[in-house]
Design a protein around this ligand. Structure first.
Ligand code: SF4
Ligand code: SF4
Ligand code: SF4
Length: 581
């Protein structure tokens, strides 16, 4: 350990630490625009410059290592002047459209420009040529607001190993985008949105259906039905001032009713359905030796990743629709029949932590109701936050509401889907009860918990060893697939989520400043509250959910049976040759 002094505060840090890491220990906030811990540490934006005693030039705190006895000043007039100049230069080539920008009020460039009293017109002159790419169904790139921090490029390459975007041209004409100025929907992009949640500005924003949904709510021509993914309840409060990961389920339900939804259901019910079908598929796979390993299919970015990069593994992906699509298929078949209305008289909105769900909604084979796509609209947590705000709902002071019956009843196994390892654990609870003589008493499978990118376990069920892996982040998935291909690893069942840490860190979640992202474990903090919610639930296993029992007995028949298969399963396509999404 070595001692350094930062703004008169002495701290002890490990050798090899940077000034930026040490500053966190000294409780000093050094601003950054391009730094992303462990992923983009390039010292490119020069916002983190500091003075080091005895060093002539300012140094970038994110790359400069500390040495014993170093004295650092992070907030001297010289440092402040340099940062202000950096910001004013960025603003000189920036589309300062703040009032109509989606990131207005949550933009790091805007916030720092304000803090440093910048003159946005100080440097006038030519603007670099920029373009707007709105070809993706999930997000829009507006390079007139890009500051070339390259965080999106690093995330796409390092975390996801997708490489859909890169840096084109040089100098003043530098542009971030696809190769040969191509469109993102013709690239290898898997719509994960990790680029978007790490962008410090409004250069990457949602392609939102919120106005369409508000219009449908106002028209009241259709019965409006809404349901939300597990992790939404532990993040929706974050932009209303609640703690990161705080469970605001009750307020969320009340807010949705105030917005005008007729039925407020829970996609945790869809997750329970998924477990019924997937555990049935897994048992068949274990017995037959086919589909070894069986991969989960809940994450549309993961599925698209396989379709693009590893089509030879398409046959191994579970044919189960995702919880979102099982939910909407159930609503457009069972629920429409129950209400004695046409599926097209129902409008189903899902609230998601994910922007790939917008892509999934539009996939082929997602129309069990037979009248267009089963899911009519997908909103992110950000979309719902904005809708609640624009409708003047005082979210934090709302009373707690309750889900509607039947499709709003779910087990604790359903809620943990929001954490990496949650689908695996939920499946194991049902698998064990199906294969073992006695019901499982201790339902927690701690071996598959935690936010590590790759977890492996071997468990014994009914005298058979079952080899498992849980992966999050597509680069980790790629590594695992290569090991399976080479024969180095062998598994029976593998859960994969594209976003690092699972849905709890999805691309549709609230966007926090870099300081928070770099120094907190958002996925873990949110997941902890999902596990707490599981513990509080009297139902811990999907197959014990009375609504699930009812719907199988009265509508679907057997899990994996003909009717269930027709409504709740889907197909995949080889996209390795045709990259259009
Ligand atoms: S990206 Fe930020 S600074 Fe630029 S227009 Fe949007 S809010 Fe304003
Ligand atoms: S959405 Fe994901 S895959 Fe697509 S460009 Fe962004 S990080 Fe890359
Ligand atoms: S799009 Fe956003 S994350 Fe990517 S380089 Fe531009 S400002 Fe940075």
């Amino acid at each position: 350990m070595i001692k350094v002094t930062i703004d008169n505060v002495v701290v002890e840090v490990e050798e090899g630490s940077t000034i930026l890491t040490a500053s966190v220990k000294a409780k000093v906030k050094i601003p950054t625009l391009c730094y992303l811990k462990g992923i983009n540490e390039i010292g490119g934006c020069r916002m983190c410059v500091v003075e080091v005693e005895g060093v002539k030039n300012l140094v970038t705190a994110c790359t400069y290592p500390v040495t014993e006895g170093m004295i650092v000043r992070t907030n001297s007039p010289r440092v402040r002047a340099s940062r202000k100049c950096t910001l004013e230069l960025l603003l000189s080539d920036h589309n300062k459209d703040c009032l109509s920008c989606e990131r207005n009020g949550n933009c790091e460039l805007q916030a720092l420009s304000d803090e440093y009293d910048c003159d946005s017109k100080k440097y006038s002159g030519e603007f670099s040529k920029s373009n707007i790419d709105d070809s993706s169904v999930s997000f829009v790139r507006d390079n007139s607001k890009c500051i070339k921090c390259r965080k999106c490029v690093a995330v796409c390459q390092v975390v996801q190993s997708v490489d859909a975007i890169g840096v084109g041209k040089r100098g003043f004409n530098t542009q971030i985008g696809c190769a040969f100025e191509g469109k993102i929907n013709e690239s290898t992009c898997v719509n994960c949105g990790q680029c978007l949640i790490n962008c410090p500005t409004g250069a990457l924003t949602d392609k939102s259906q919120k106005l369409e949904v508000l219009e449908q709510l106002a028209q009241k021509k259709k019965r409006m039905i809404v349901a939300m993914a597990p992790s939404v309840r532990v993040t929706l409060g974050e932009h209303f001032g609640s703690k990161i990961g705080e469970n605001v389920e009750g307020k969320m339900i009340s807010a949705l009713r105030r917005l005008g939804f007729d039925d407020v259901f829970d996609i945790d019910f869809g997750a329970d359905l998924t477990i019924m079908e997937e555990s049935h598929e897994l048992i068949s796979a274990l017995k037959s030796g086919e589909k070894k390993p069986l991969f989960t299919s809940c994450c549309p970015s993961w599925v698209k990743f396989v379709e693009i990069f590893y089509p030879e593994f398409i046959k191994n992906i579970s044919t189960c629709k995702s919880p979102q699509q099982m939910m909407s298929a159930t609503i457009k078949t069972f629920y429409a029949e129950k209400l004695k209305v046409k599926p097209s008289d129902l409008y189903f909105v899902s609230i998601m932590p994910c922007i790939a769900k917008k892509f999934e909604r539009l996939r082929d084979d997602q129309s069990a109701g037979g009248m267009g796509q089963d899911t009519d609209a997908v909103l992110t947590v950000r979309d719902l936050t904005e809708m609640i705000k624009v409708c003047g709902i005082d979210f934090m002071n709302l009373e707690d509401g309750k889900f509607d019956e039947m499709l709003g009843l779910s087990s604790g196994a359903g809620v943990i889907f929001g954490a990496t390892g949650g689908v695996m654990e939920a499946a194991l609870r049902t698998l064990s009860d199906t294969l073992e003589k006695n019901p499982l008493k201790k339902v927690e499978y701690l071996l598959v918990r935690g936010i590590s990118g790759t977890k492996e376990a071997e468990i014994d069920i009914a005298g058979k060893k079952v080899k498992l892996a849980v992966v999050s982040g597509l680069n980790n998935a790629r590594t695992l697939l290569e090991k399976i291909k080479s024969g180095e690893k062998e598994y029976d069942f593998v859960e994969v989520m594209a976003c690092p840490g699972g849905c709890a860190n999805g691309g549709g979640m609230p966007i926090h400043p870099a300081y928070v992202v770099n120094n907190r474990e958002l996925a873990k903090e949110r997941a902890d509250n999902l596990y707490a919610s599981d513990v509080k639930n009297n139902l811990r296993k999907s197959h014990e959910n009375p609504s699930i029992k009812f719907i199988y007995e009265n509508y679907f028949g057997k899990a994996g049976g003909e009717k269930a298969h027709k409504i709740l399963h889907t197909t995949y396509i080889d996209r390795s040759k045709n990259l259009k999404s």
